[in-house]
Design a protein around this ligand. Structure first.
Ligand code: GLA
Length: 409
């Protein structure tokens, strides 16, 4: 995908969304507001946000558009460009967490991605209302809205779920004249995912969406919540490190839209990281701290890692090595060293496969294929790697054609 002076959303796309909401509401298209909520990539810092690690992210020029108009009463009425049916509820209904509804099922807490894809696509809108309600916001005004994602990008591992959650939050906040900062919205989206849906993920996705700036790499410390944006590399710097003047970001889709049934599950990995953290904290006399790997000093990890079960040792190794790759990657990016940045992305992908043991066979194969292709500086799978796409930083002018045939997933 070209990250050029772009193109998304086009006037036509915005016009179509406005027209649809105007038809639904009987109001004029000019009155329709549109939330633009982009998808994201995470070149470095995979699977460490939930442990308070430091991550890097960029938004891309594709994503979610949510056209809306205040409904004039408490009614919410939503339609979708991707999903059938109509979602209707009232903002004065009290919302309850979804995973509490499915109680006694904690080990299989809902995978938010699947929730969105099952016919239940209104879940994120209800989750946004839940988050606003539970934080004491006065939500009295509903919305009439039409939501749609960029064509061909659904289930792509580019965090469409956070983009949807953020879009509903912003629409409900605007309709209700609520003044909410990006930092507060990061927390509200965390409530949707962690508390409403029961997915124990970190804050990478929504931080990328709410904080990124065009062409910059956003760096987020998920423990302290401090972030910074590092300017795009200059072409002479890219040339020094790669011999080429520019780079592009390529997304290679696996065609795999649903997580395979035998994947390890996101929450299980999070629990393993916490178990590793608890063992290491106990061993270093800090057992009263929250069992997150960010609370374990690197020295304590080195001194006590032999006490970990082999699988937990691999999870911890991923965390500590990935944090290191992020630190090195931020330096490389800041001086435009895309060659080094790419190598770190590839190493991050390998650690996700070998240490974190996530991803799935089709995405691992795609990763291997990308690394064989001339002009690829680095690649890894996007998101949790259970489905969707691989991302690669590539030479801008190399002509690449990837034809990959995947049988029916
Ligand atoms: C998903 C989660 C994020 C993050 C990534 C992996 O996108 O939602 O919180 O853990 O996987 O880096």
């Amino acid at each position: 995908m070209k990250m050029g002076a772009s193109s998304w959303p086009s006037e036509t796309e915005l016009g179509e969304v406005r027209k649809k909401v105007a038809e639904m509401s009987g109001r004029s298209a000019e009155e329709v507001r549109v939330v633009v909520s982009p998808y994201r990539i995470c070149p470095l810092g995979a699977h460490i946000d939930h442990q308070g690690g430091t991550v890097s992210a960029m938004t891309i020029n594709k994503g979610i558009l949510l056209g809306f108009i205040p409904s004039g009463n408490s009614e919410v009425w939503l339609e979708s460009g991707q999903f059938h049916g109509v979602v209707r509820f009232r903002v004065d209904e009290v919302q309850y967490p979804r995973h509490a509804i499915r109680k006694n099922d904690n080990s299989h807490a809902i995978d938010s991605f699947q929730v969105h894809e099952e016919c239940n696509w209104g879940t994120y809108a209800r989750g946004a209302l839940y988050a606003l309600q539970i934080r004491g916001n006065n939500v009295t005004q509903g919305i009439i809205g039409f939501i749609c994602g960029s064509t061909g990008f659904d289930s792509s591992g580019l965090s469409s779920s956070a983009a949807v959650g953020v879009a509903y939050l912003l629409a409900l906040e605007t309709a209700n004249n609520l003044n909410v900062t990006p930092t507060e919205n990061i927390e509200l989206d965390r409530i949707i995912e962690n508390e409403y849906l029961g997915l124990r993920n970190g804050i990478l996705d929504q931080s990328a969406i709410l904080l990124s700036s065009y062409g910059c790499l956003t760096c987020m410390n998920c423990k302290t919540k401090e972030h910074k944006r590092i300017h795009p590399p200059k072409s002479h710097e890219i040339e020094e490190s790669t011999g080429k003047k520019a780079y592009k970001i390529l997304l290679a889709f696996s065609g795999l839209k649903y997580a395979l049934p035998n994947n390890p599950g996101y929450n299980r990995r999070v629990a393993e990281c916490m178990e590793a953290a608890q063992t290491l904290l106990d061993a270093s006399g800090k057992g009263d701290l929250e069992p997150l790997l960010c609370n374990v000093e690197v020295e304590a990890y080195r001194a006590h890692k032999y006490k970990l079960e082999p699988n937990l040792a691999r999870r911890a190794e991923h965390y500590f090595s990935e944090n290191m790759r992020v630190a090195k990657g931020l330096q490389a990016w800041a001086c435009g060293n895309i060659g080094e940045f790419g190598k770190l992305i590839t190493a991050s992908g390998l650690s996700s496969i070998q240490n974190y043991e996530c991803g799935c066979e089709p995405l691992i194969q795609l990763y291997d294929i990308l690394l064989e292709i001339p002009g690829v500086f680095g690649a890894r799978f996007s998101g949790a790697g259970f489905r969707g796409c691989c991302l690669a930083f590539v030479e801008a002018n190399s002509c690449m054609m990837i034809v990959i045939e995947l049988s029916s997933f």
